[in-house]
Design a protein around this ligand. Structure first.
Ligand code: SF4
Ligand code: SF4
Length: 510
């Protein structure tokens, strides 16, 4: 199969996969508490369905989606709801936000579920509804509610190609690789479910060429399954080839235009962990209550790949990995390129958590002082989105945010390639993240003030209309009163005429 190459990227990035890639997935025990932030996905926060003191079972819905872009949350084990209050959440800002806490009872009792062994008996919309109710979001880190990606019927768009993203390009992370090695059959069945939903006529499972044994596992699973629409493809190991738009370009040669989504060019791309969750929701009737994550880095004693209940506090996982080493310097959720630092280890694992990196000083922290930009252009050559990081940096730093937006700041995937190559050690991505947040606040405020203005204008219009209607009613009433004497005269005249007629008739008879 012919492959294409996207612009830029880093072919020689140190992978650091060996620390964890050969470690089989182990099931992490249920912790004493499970903590669920109500916003674990893009869109509206979920709305609690439980109150303090309620008993819950594993798989029970404890918070429901609010609106289309949202996802429900399910309990990961049985226990009692002990808090519904603010708690530190995994977010670069270090914010606290509303969370539901369950004190687990150690029994791990599960709610009865409805499995569908023969998914072909179900329509696409029934399957999408199962995915929505199972609370599945993009497990590759994006956390976008998956049902929206799959709902093509209501949007009447045609999907030709399904891409399964097994390109785990970020250093240190190996959870998707282990999933593909150990649960390949489930992933392939998940692909068949997706083909049935989307009506696509081909599916590619993309795997980087640095994990040949994983590629073989998937090839074997495809051969066992026998579905000729599914193909495994080895792609070059170039960071960030697992970026959605970069992967689509590598496999199809097509570029997703700025501001568009892959479905606009007939493609749906889904992370392999998400496909596994879909298979489990449909075939086993299990909502999303656990996921596989990698715990690694020089700061943790024994790295692991763990099957973890979502909501597990990170300190419980560190304990399972035999604690911190004396090199532990920083706790990062995600990888060293696109992850973010956490304030402490009481923060829970959420649906989007694919890695906990306990980094030593030299693993992530650059001691080098940022220097002025020397306009070397290396950042632009490395950018996989063909942006101009140097100009974006200039406009972000000088608060000329609209100019940065015009240069497609929002297309930046925060991959960090520009940071890595910059000889002046400028933390470019930090500037871009700041500029994006500031623009979002500004746009939100503008949107809010536009809505307030529209409401004010609508109210003024309504008051003016009411006033005009009142005036019209009053005019009509006055006119009616004015015409009243004439009407009375006409009636009196008619009565007189009638009386006169009767009198004349009586006189004639006599
Ligand atoms: S972080 Fe943004 S600007 Fe920098 S290389 Fe990646 S996409 Fe380009
Ligand atoms: S790589 Fe660094 S120094 Fe070179 S142009 Fe970009 S921002 Fe400036």
């Amino acid at each position: 199969m012919r492959l294409w190459q996207f612009n830029g990227g880093l072919p020689a990035l140190a992978e650091h996969k060996n620390e964890s890639v050969n470690l089989p997935i182990e099931a992490a025990p249920v912790p004493a508490q499970l903590i669920y932030p109500l916003r674990q996905h893009i869109g509206n926060a979920a709305k609690p369905l439980v109150k303090i003191g309620d008993k819950v079972l594993r798989g029970q819905k404890i918070a429901d989606a609010q609106g289309m872009i949202s996802a429900p949350i399910h309990a990961g084990s049985s226990g009692t709801v002990s808090h519904i209050a603010d708690h530190l959440i995994p977010h670069p800002s270090g914010f606290s936000a509303p969370c539901i806490t369950i004190d687990t009872d150690g029994l791990d009792k599960t709610l009865d579920s409805t499995p569908y062994a023969d998914f072909r008996q179900l329509s696409a919309s029934e399957l999408v509804s199962i995915v929505r109710n199972a609370g599945i979001v993009g497990l590759g880190g994006a956390a976008f509610p998956t049902a929206i990606k799959l709902d093509n019927q209501s949007k009447s768009r045609h999907i030709e190609t399904l891409i399964l993203n097994g390109a785990e390009c970020e250093p240190y992370i190996s959870c998707d690789d282990r999933l593909l090695k150990e649960r390949a059959d489930r992933v392939i069945e998940g692909v068949e479910i997706l083909l049935h939903i989307l009506g696509a006529n081909k599916a590619f499972i993309a795997i980087e060429d640095n994990v040949a044994d994983t590629f073989k596992s998937i090839q074997t699973a495809i051969a066992n399954n026998g579905n000729s629409l599914i193909n495994a493809v080895q792609i070059p190991t170039i960071y960030p080839t697992g970026g959605e738009k970069q992967l689509i370009q590598t496999l199809t040669g097509k570029e997703v235009p700025s501001g568009d989504i892959p479905a606009d060019i007939g493609i749906v791309s889904i992370n392999v962990g998400t496909v596994h969750a879909i298979q489990q929701a449909v075939i086993a009737g299990k909502p999303l209550t656990s996921r596989i994550i990698t715990v690694t880095g020089e700061g943790v004693t024994t790295p692991h790949n763990l099957d973890v209940r979502i909501g597990t506090p990170i300190n419980a996982l560190i304990e399972l990995c035999n604690g911190y080493t004396k090199l532990a310097e920083r706790l990062i959720m995600g990888g060293p390129m696109m992850g973010f630092a956490l304030l402490n280890d009481e923060i829970p694992v959420v649906k989007a958590t694919n890695c906990i990196l306990v980094a030593s000083k030299h693993e992530v922290i650059t001691e080098k002082q940022a220097m002025p930009c020397i306009r070397c252009g290396l950042c632009a050559s490395a950018c996989p989105v063909s942006l101009l990081p140097q100009q974006l940096y200039w406009f972000s730093r000088s608060e000329q945010l609209e100019k940065a937006e015009k240069l497609n700041l929002f297309d930046c995937i925060e991959c960090g390639c520009c940071d890595v190559v910059c000889p002046s050690h400028i933390p470019l991505v930090q500037h871009f993240r700041y500029a994006k947040s500031a623009l979002k606040v500004k746009n939100y405020e503008k949107h809010s003030s536009d809505i307030a203005r529209e409401r004010f204008e609508a109210r003024e219009e309504r008051l003016a209309r009411d006033k005009a209607e009142r005036a019209e009613r009053s005019r009509k009433k006055k006119a009616a009163l004015k015409n009243e004497p004439a009407k009375k005269e006409a009636i009196d005249a008619a009565i007189s005429r009638s009386k006169a007629k009767k009198q004349a008739s009586v006189e004639d008879k006599s």
